[in-house]
Structure formats: structure tokens, C-alpha cells
Design a protein around this ligand. Structure first.
Ligand SMILES: Nc1ncnc2c1ncn2[C@@H]1O[C@H](COP(=O)(O)OP(=O)(O)OP(=O)(O)O)[C@@H](O)[C@H]1O
Ligand SMILES: [Mg+2]
Length: 227
């Protein structure tokens, strides 16, 4: 098992209010190697919250997250940072590229702390290969402001893949794209899933994208159900 959520709950207690907002209610989910999962659901239903908990960017109120067989709540900060950097890759709705860095520099950002020359060399080779793979070789030294939204989103995908993650988490990756670009990005994600042997969990409003995945779940009123 690649990743697992066990009986996850999450609630927020807005300050000054005694009303508890229960966002996730006893959610369990198993993700196998190379599997493709879509999560759909109304705005505010907790999709981003669920994805962030799975990627260890947020903590559940109760329940366990197991990554690669290891419970996340038993990991120290060093191990957590390592998991975030190497086991999971994140693609957000807005690409979150740094405006002052070029496409290539953005892609290599996850290796900022890396001192090992041979690791850096192979990351650079991988970056060039993946950038070529997503059709951006002619834009290596352009800044995000000089790229289209779709190009930025493809760059963000390459950056998420640079450290060979086993699990790619994408939060509405096509949210800011038009229909044609959205279709292209969806196809790309599906192809990368096969080529790179990487599991995908995609939050989306697009049933078209969702239909390309192996399983579709709907999140509604805190519960996850298979569609
Ligand atoms: N830091 C926070 N403090 C309090 N409430 C929060 C916080 N973060 C999220 N929420 C609440 O949790 C609920 C779920 O939010 P979430 O962002 O996970 O929804 P979503 O399904 O991703 O929505 P969308 O489709 O609009 O992106 C919302 O009601 C939101 O107001
Ligand atoms: Mg969201």
C-alpha cells in the first residue's frame, strides 16, 4: 500500500464561535502504487483539506495518515520534511512558481538544499528531460510572467516530479485553464502516471478529468463515497 487514510476527521473551531465546523468525518482511503484517483465535490466540502492532510501539509483532528507503511504522526520534523520533498509531489490550482526565477530554476527549486554534485547533475538532466516531455524546451530561461498559464501549470508539474515522488497530489490543476489546455494537461498527467510509475490523486471540478482516473470519489458533508 502506497498511502492510506484511516478514520480521518477534521474540524475547525472558528475563534469567537462555539460552533464546530466538521469538515471531514471518519474518512478512510487506500491508495495503491500507480493508482489514479479523482476527488470531486462541492466548493467548501473539504477537498483541499483532505489533500493537504494526505500530503502532510495539514494535520487531522483525529485518525491516521500512513505513507509508505509509516504513520505520519510518528515521524519527526526531519523525516516529515524528507517525505514532503521526495515521496509526495504537489500541484496546486495556481502554479505557485516564483516570479524571480526562470522556468528551469523553478523546476530545480526543490533541490535548493542539495549539495551533492552528482545528485544535482542527474536532477538537471531529469529536469531537461521532463521539460522536453511537457513541450517546454524552448522556454527554459523565461520567467513565469513570460509564460502562458498552461505553460506555468506544466512547469509546476515538472517541479512536482523532479524528486521522483511516488504520489502526485494535484488540487484543481486545470482550474485556471481553458478547455483545450485543460484537456492537454489531463492527458499529460495520465501519461506521466504511467511513464513515471506514480500514483495520482486529483481534486477537480471537471468530470471529464475525473473520468480518466481509475476511481472517482465524491466528498460531501464530510463523507467520501465512491461514484
Ligand atoms: N484554516 C481554516 N480555518 C477555519 N476553517 C477552515 C480553514 N481552512 C478551511 N476551512 C473550512 O473548511 C471547509 C473546507 O475547505 P476546503 O478548502 O477544504 O474546501 P474545498 O472542497 O477545497 O473547496 P473549493 O472547491 O472551493 O476549493 C470550508 O468550510 C472552509 O471554510
Ligand atoms: Mg479547494
Amino acid at each position: 500500500m502506497l498511502a492510506e487514510l484511516r478514520h480521518i476527521t477534521k474540524y475547525y473551531e472558528p475563534s469567537g464561535s462555539s460552533v464546530r465546523n466538521q469538515v471531514l468525518d471518519d474518512i478512510s482511503l487506500q491508495i495503491n502504487n500507480n493508482e489514479r484517483i479523482a476527488i470531486v465535490g462541492p466548493s467548501g466540502s473539504g477537498k483541499s483539506t483532505l489533500l493537504n492532510i494526505l500530503g502532510t501539509l495539514d494535520k487531522p483532528s483525529s485518525g491516521n495518515v500512513i505513507l509508505d507503511g509509516n504513520p505520519v504522526d510518528q515521524m519527526n520534523e526531519t523525516r516529515l520534511a524528507e517525505i514532503r520533498n521526495t515521496f509526495v509531489g504537489f500541484v496546486f490550482q495556481m502554479h505557485h512558481l516564483l516570479p524571480q526565477l526562470t522556468l528551469l530554476e523553478n523546476v530545480l527549486l526543490p533541490l535548493l538544499a542539495q549539495k551533492d554534485k552528482s545528485i544535482l547533475k542527474s536532477a538537471n538532466d531529469r529536469a531537461l528531460h521532463l521539460i522536453d516531455r511537457v513541450g517546454l524546451s524552448n522556454h527554459l530561461h523565461q520567467y513565469p510572467s513570460q509564460l502562458s498559464v498552461g505553460e506555468c501549470q506544466r512547469t509546476a508539474i515538472v517541479r512536482a516530479l523532479i524528486n521522483h515522488p511516488r504520489l502526485l497530489l494535484a488540487d484543481e490543476p486545470t482550474g485556471s485553464l481553458d478547455a483545450a489546455n485543460s484537456e492537454q494537461l489531463t492527458t499529460l498527467l495520465a501519461e506521466l502516471n504511467r511513464e513515471q510509475n506514480i500514483a495520482l490523486v486529483i481534486v477537480t471540478h471537471s468530470m471529464e478529468l475525473a473520468a480518466k482516473m481509475d476511481r472517482i470519489y465524491q466528498l460531501r458533508e464530510g463523507k467520501l463515497s465512491i461514484l
